[in-house]
Design a protein around this ligand. Structure first.
Ligand SMILES: [Zn+2]
Length: 125
């Protein structure tokens, strides 16, 4: 497992990434950007990240990337998803996006408003 940790640190350095960890033994790796997550609760964890990493939460960046491959989503015509998405979704939604890599289809569901409200709370609004 030590090898895995070292390889994770190397990858973070190579790609300019931040390591989020709860593993106290990771703190002995220096030279890479790391946040030691404190809370057991997701909401508190996110508050910690926004504060410690000084994250600018721009709503225009929301729902622009695939949650699986991180590829930029492309807009697609509603007609092209008729046989792919559930009937209710097709009838109630008008905007659809697709990941060019894994082909997963996205739409603005009811979670969209919830995420927006949550972001307001994270930004202290
Ligand atoms: Zn994807």
């Amino acid at each position: 497992m030590e090898k895995d940790k070292a390889s994770l640190v190397m990858k973070s350095l190579r790609e300019g990434r931040v390591i989020l960890t709860r593993d106290s033994k990771m703190s002995r790796f220096t030279g890479t950007r790391m946040v030691k997550i404190k809370s057991d609760f997701v909401e508190k964890q996110l508050f910690q990240l926004v504060k410690e990493l000084d994250l600018a939460l721009d709503k225009s960046d929301l729902f622009k990337r695939c949650i699986i491959c991180d590829e930029k989503l492309e807009n697609i015509k509603k007609d092209s998803v008729k046989d792919i998405v559930p009937k209710y979704v097709f009838e109630t939604q008008s905007i659809f996006m697709r990941c060019p890599k894994c082909k997963k289809v996205y739409w603005q569901g009811s979670h969209w408003a919830l995420v927006n409200k949550f972001l307001d709370r994270l930004r202290g609004e």
